[in-house]
Design a protein around this ligand. Structure first.
Ligand code: SF4
Ligand code: SF4
Ligand code: SF4
Length: 308
């Protein structure tokens, strides 16, 4: 693959010609804002935050879906672009609960980060806001529709694994939301609690319930570990505070790594000082289970006890 050379905000960079402008900008330390873009997911150009200007082109283009070209000159932070981003962010905040103080995602939330970067604040208005529709039915995932920015990353990442096509867009216009199967609660749905969707949600709309209230990113230490349950070796993080390992959460899966509940529970069991009770799905209900069953060890243990 050949390289092309372009200039972004006055910095020259040479990158492979299949790069998009976001990837090229990253190479020279420029972070173009984007809520719906993820390098591992199909590109949809939905949030419009990554608009950039290209010299000689008559209107701004989305940096996620525009390939680099030889000799291109790109501007990522002009007055016009900053104005557009501020408008988009203001509309998002106008329809968002002012809950950063207690939100599990605070400190890692992209909406919070961009609102800070572009100095956009919550404001009073007479229009509608998304209703707080919180699904607490799963012991593994908390879904809060009022915080969703409809980036669609959760839908795209759930669809990447066959037989896990659980999430989709439902409703219309202002009432559009992410639905689980035919708008069911997580507990009643076909969700397998792999938490892929949680790992890519840029805001606090999907959060890991087993981490909830225990720690936020600045609050303790985070160590990356690999799952030992199978050859995929999916990536997890162990969160610790005051010298104790208190929670495990899944990391965004790379291509070909599926993530699964069994791997997550095994990682919890191995690393946590006080692992929480595991749950399994029985028809349309989560029920407490034993660690032996959660880790699929019942048969092995039975065989061992017979052999003694
Ligand atoms: S999702 Fe982000 S912006 Fe919304 S309340 Fe949580 S931290 Fe704040
Ligand atoms: S936990 Fe996994 S299966 Fe369930 S909705 Fe999220 S990505 Fe899909
Ligand atoms: S739940 Fe999160 S990932 Fe899914 S569309 Fe909403 S903001 Fe995006």
């Amino acid at each position: 693959m050949g390289n092309v050379t372009l200039v972004i905000d006055g910095r020259e960079v040479s990158v492979p010609k299949d790069f998009n402008i976001i990837e090229a900008a990253k190479r020279v330390g420029i972070d173009i804002p984007a809520l719906c873009y993820d390098p591992n997911l199909e590109i949809v150009g939905a949030c419009r935050l990554c608009l950039v200007e290209v010299e000689g082109w008559n209107k701004p283009v989305t940096a996620c879906s525009t390939r680099v070209q030889e000799g291109m000159t790109v501007y990522t932070e002009t007055e016009q672009l900053i104005g557009l981003r501020r408008e988009i962010l203001q509309l998002l905040l106008d329809n968002h609960p002012n809950d950063c103080l207690t939100c599990q995602k605070a400190g890692e939330c992209l909406l919070q980060e961009y609102a800070y970067r572009y100095d956009v604040k919550f404001r009073e208005h007479d229009g509608d806001r998304r209703r707080a529709l919180v699904d607490t039915s799963s012991p593994y995932i908390l879904k809060d529709d009022s915080k969703c920015v409809l980036c669609g990353k959760c839908v795209r990442i759930c669809y990447q694994v066959q037989d896990r096509q659980v999430l989709s867009f439902g409703g219309r216009g202002f009432d559009t939301k992410i639905v689980v199967d035919a708008d069911l609660a997580f507990e009643e749905s076909s969700c397998v609690s792999c938490n892929r969707c949680v790992t890519v949600c840029p805001v606090g709309a999907l959060v890991d319930k087993r981490v909830l209230g225990k720690a936020r990113p600045w609050d303790g230490d985070i160590k990356g570990v690999k799952c030992k349950a199978c050859d995929y070796g999916c990536n997890f993080e162990v969160l610790s505070k005051n010298g104790k390992n208190i929670a495990v959460r899944a990391r965004s899966p790379l291509k070909g790594r599926p993530l699964c509940l069994k791997g997550r529970l095994m990682t919890e069991f191995i690393y946590l000082d006080e692992p929480e009770v595991p749950y399994r799905k029985e028809d349309t209900q989560f029920v407490e289970t034993t660690w032996e069953e959660a880790l699929g060890l019942e048969g092995v243990l039975m065989k061992l006890s017979k052999d003694e």
